[in-house]
Design a protein around this ligand. Structure first.
Ligand SMILES: *[C@@H]1O[C@H](CO)[C@@H](O)[C@H](O)[C@H]1NC(C)=O
Ligand SMILES: *[C@@H]1O[C@H](CO)[C@@H](O)[C@H](O)[C@H]1NC(C)=O
Ligand SMILES: *[C@@H]1O[C@H](CO)[C@@H](O)[C@H](O)[C@H]1NC(C)=O
Ligand SMILES: *[C@@H]1O[C@H](CO)[C@@H](O)[C@H](O)[C@H]1NC(C)=O
Ligand SMILES: *[C@@H]1O[C@H](CO)[C@@H](O)[C@H](O)[C@H]1NC(C)=O
Ligand SMILES: *[C@@H]1O[C@H](CO)[C@@H](O)[C@H](O)[C@H]1NC(C)=O
Length: 771
């Protein structure tokens, strides 16, 4: 009986339990990060307070794991709790916190459902391939699982010499020599997992996972003709910025991605001379720490200070709200959408009735429906267990003779077992195939290799059930996957993509942008026999889904913009990407979510990334370092703390007197978020736009506001001249009726040539107090 009880409660408890152990793990290894802010004092002098602390630790052999000195200062070391507390009191120390372990942002977990897909950036409906710069000579740094340098995507044929700004290196390691790097892959570093020198977790920039190789080729792989996943999705695979160079920083090991290593990689990348940093990893939803204890936020802040553009994946914990992570305002946060390609695995029923299923399988069973078809729960369960186990085909639910030679139809409402695991168990019992009912999975093209497995929607599941109910000898078969191109609608927000609003501040709209992240075909380690289908060699290109896959698409776009406009600040590039985003799909209708509702900025931020629009946006919103520091003020930092953090502080800097969460709405950000607005009340925000096109230009405001909120823009015409490149305007929001729901709209400036669009959200809910 106890077993049954656990089963019922598992899905609720599992999440809590995992989070608790995760939290515990974060504390348990004894490593602390000591963050000491900028590497020079705000007066510009080099700092020596770190060395004083380090010398006091000298008697502890091998205590210090990393020290940081280029972009910021600090170190990571094995410390006792008492030492950590005492160091936190030392002058110059901003924070001391346990070294966290962050996760890769592929779909739910690395082992669970390796969702696959194939797409080049060309299939992005907005793409104007070949008509613009390809990112020549910009350098994209990637923090990930390493790289497989032999992949054709990283060939340096026809590439010019390594850009002179490059100061990084190609670290040697296991199966990785200095000749593994070339003019494409110009740098590679790795950070050992402390205390596991010989577990295969360390010692090389080589990718033993696949994630880093996939991400790197999506950002900057060269065009490779005839790439496919065993013939599926065949075409030219290429990255978003094929002319860019790649520097891989291997921060992830099978254990996860350590905060201390991530900070070291940021510190190295800042000195190495990268233009763009791409991170497809992060904390779990609800576990993102505030600035001074969040390695990604800290590293990204100092990178942006030095002019580097930083993008991160939003996370894969959607569609629940408040799941978006990597929300610092200096980061470009990327959500995931589908592309116009479907991997279709059809189910054929008796009478040759075809049901369009999904997923990727290379099954080799009979093409006519000759296999008996049963519904999981109609096979009498083996134990006197609840029927739901059999309905979900949980391993061990059936006796061999119940499933042998048959195709089984199952629900997939349990979260413990992947379809692959269920099929493996059924196959051992002699079953032929598996049909899974799941709307979400239908949309993401999971790979099932040689196994005859297809995923159908709830609606199609009901049709199959009714066929089974009404037929005396129901039969079926499962066909191998075919690729459907020009699939409509696309893009659609992927169900797993993490959603806004941000957990910690409602006054900053996140995510910022959406990009293809479902069923993406990209390079793969050449020796992954586990990913091979039976009888074939390992795949050279592989299909994966996640915001991990969408982030490098945007990194490629950012590198292209940077190559065209080398002097633009990271915030100008970010603004260009956001204000030119697209809100319609390939049916010319608003982009929808996986469940069919119109996507809001909490799903897609400013919209789907355009590959051509950001190259000339017309106007940009510049967000300065001082704006980011004011943001820190509004989250509770005082001037003395900010003084340690910032590399250079305007002499007259002070936190604005009324600094509170409302001030965040006034940051010069390319989107607008207002909270705690009550009926008949109004709030005003200020924005400043900078003209980056011809000197003489007049822009007019177009307002898209739903009923319930009045929006006024003042002035509503902006005049730019040779001497007036920056112009400010005010927006007043007034709620005209009471509502519990957040309200979305947009403000677009246009001069006829360009449309510069900012989404907004107005919420009547009070901002959560900042911890
Ligand atoms: C990038 O563009 C440059 C100049 O247009 C061209 O010479 C180069 O071959 C291109 N590189 C790639 C990888 O497409
Ligand atoms: C088919 O029969 C099962 C039970 O045998 C029942 O749960 C289900 O609702 C029926 N479905 C349809 C579509 O008739
Ligand atoms: C693939 O190569 C890596 C790195 O050389 C190695 O650690 C791994 O064992 C290899 N995998 C297989 C399946 O051969
Ligand atoms: C700033 O805040 C810290 C705590 O974060 C506090 O110890 C310090 O006294 C404050 N400084 C000032 C000038 O208020
Ligand atoms: C600080 O000084 C700069 C120029 O010296 C000025 O533009 C800015 O408004 C001042 N800021 C504050 C908060 O006084
Ligand atoms: C808001 O204004 C309208 C019209 O003047 C009025 O009917 C309504 O009661 C007001 N609501 C509140 C909450 O004051």
């Amino acid at each position: 009986m106890k077993g049954i009880f656990i089963f019922f409660c598992l899905s609720n408890f599992l999440v809590l339990f995992l989070r608790e152990t995760e939290a515990a793990q974060l504390q348990s290894n004894g490593i602390y990060i000591v963050y000491m802010g900028a590497s020079v004092s705000s007066k510009g002098n080099p700092r020596n307070d770190r060395d004083q602390i380090l010398s006091s630790l000298k008697r502890k052999k091998n205590a210090v794991i990393h020290s940081y000195s280029n972009g910021f200062t600090g170190f990571a070391a094995y410390l006792s709790e008492e030492e950590a507390e005492s160091i936190a009191q030392r002058p110059g120390v901003v924070s001391v916190f346990p070294d966290p372990v962050l996760q890769l942002h592929t779909t739910h977990s690395w082992d669970f459902l390796k969702y696959q897909t194939a797409v080049e950036i060309d299939s992005n409906p907005s793409s104007t391939s070949g008509s613009f710069s390809n990112g020549t000579d910009t350098i994209i740094g990637i923090l990930d699982t390493g790289i497989w340098p032999e992949s054709q995507s990283f060939s340096d044929e026809d590439m010019g010499p390594i850009p002179s700004q490059w100061k990084g290196k190609c670290m040697e390691g296991q199966d990785f020599t200095s000749s593994s790097c070339n003019r494409k892959l110009i740098g590679a570093r790795y950070y050992d997992e402390p205390g596991s020198s010989n577990t295969g977790a360390s010692g090389t920039p080589r990718d033993k996972n696949g994630h880093g190789t996939h991400v790197a080729s999506t950002a900057a792989g060269i065009p490779v003709k005839g790439a496919s996943y065993y013939g599926l999705a065949e075409g030219t695979a290429k990255g978003g910025s094929p002319g860019s160079r790649i520097a891989m920083y291997r921060v992830c090991t099978p254990v996860g991605c350590r905060g201390s290593a991530i900070l070291k990689a940021f510190d190295d990348a800042i000195a190495d001379g990268v233009d763009v940093l791409s991170l497809s990893l992060g904390a779990s939803a609800g576990f993102e720490q505030e600035f001074s204890e969040d390695p990604i936020a800290i590293g990204a802040f100092h990178a942006v200070e030095k002019g580097i553009i930083v993008m991160c994946s939003a996370g894969n914990e959607g569609p629940d709200s408040k799941t978006v992570v990597n929300i610092a305002p200096w980061i470009l946060t990327v959500a995931a959408t589908t592309i116009d390609r479907d991997f279709e695995s059809d189910v054929v029923l008796g009478g040759n009735k075809v049901i369009k299923g999904g997923g990727i399988n290379f099954a080799d069973i009979q093409k006519s429906p000759v296999y008996p078809l049963i519904y999981g729960s109609s096979a009498k369960p083996i134990h006197t267990l609840d029927d739901s186990q059999a309905r979900n085909c949980v391993p061990g639910s059936f006796q061999d003779d119940q499933v042998k030679g048959k195709i089984i139809l199952c629900e997939s409402k349990d979260e413990e077992y992947s379809a692959q695991r269920k099929f493996e168990s059924l196959k051992k019992q002699g079953a032929i195939g598996l049909i899974m009912i799941n709307d979400d999975e239908r949309a993401v093209a999971s790979t099932f290799g040689s196994s005859p497995v297809a995923v159908v929607t709830e609606e199609d599941g009901a049709r199959i059930l009714s066929y089974i109910n009404l037929t005396s000898n129901p039969v079926a078969t499962i066909l191998p996957t075919v690729v459907v191109t020009k699939y409509k609608p696309a893009p659609v927000v992927a169900y797993f993509s993490s959603r806004g609003p941000s957990f910690s501040t409602k006054n900053l709209l996140k995510p910022d942008i959406a990009a293809p992240g479902v069923a993406i075909l990209a390079a793969w380690p050449g020796n992954d026999t586990k990913a091979a289908v039976s009888g074939k060699g390992p795949p050279l290109y592989y299909v994966l889904s996640g915001t991990s896959m969408s982030c490098p698409h945007v990194s490629g776009v950012a590198a292209t913009v940077r190559s065209l406009h080398p002097t633009w600040s990271p915030s100008a590039v970010k603004s260009a990407i956001m204000t030119s985003a697209i809100q319609t799909n390939n049916l010319q209708a608003p982009i929808t979510t996986n469940s069919g509702s119109t996507a809001t900025p909490y799903d897609i931020g400013a919209g789907e990334v355009s590959t051509s629009g950001p190259l000339q946006p017309g106007l940009v919103y510049e967000t300065g370092i001082a704006d980011y520091l004011q943001y820190l003020c509004s989250t509770g930092y005082n001037k003395s703390k900010i003084n340690k953090i910032a590399s250079s502080l305007p002499a007259n800097f002070s936190c604005s007197i009324n600094s509170n969460s409302d001030s965040v709405s006034n940051m010069n950000y390319p989107s607008i978020a207002i909270s705690n607005l009550k009926e008949n009340e109004s709030k005003k925000v200020i924005r400043t736009v900078t003209n980056v096109d011809q000197d003489e230009s007049v822009y007019t405001a177009l307002i898209d506001a739903p009923s319930g909120v009045d929006v006024e823009v003042e002035p509503n015409k902006l005049q730019f001249t040779k001497n007036s490149k920056k112009v400010a305007y005010e927006v007043t929001f007034r709620l005209t009726s009471s509502t519990e729901k957040d309200i979305f709209g947009s403000i677009t400036w246009t001069n006829g040539n360009y449309k510069v669009r900012s989404p907004f959200v107005v919420s009547s809910i009070e901002q959560m107090p900042v911890k």
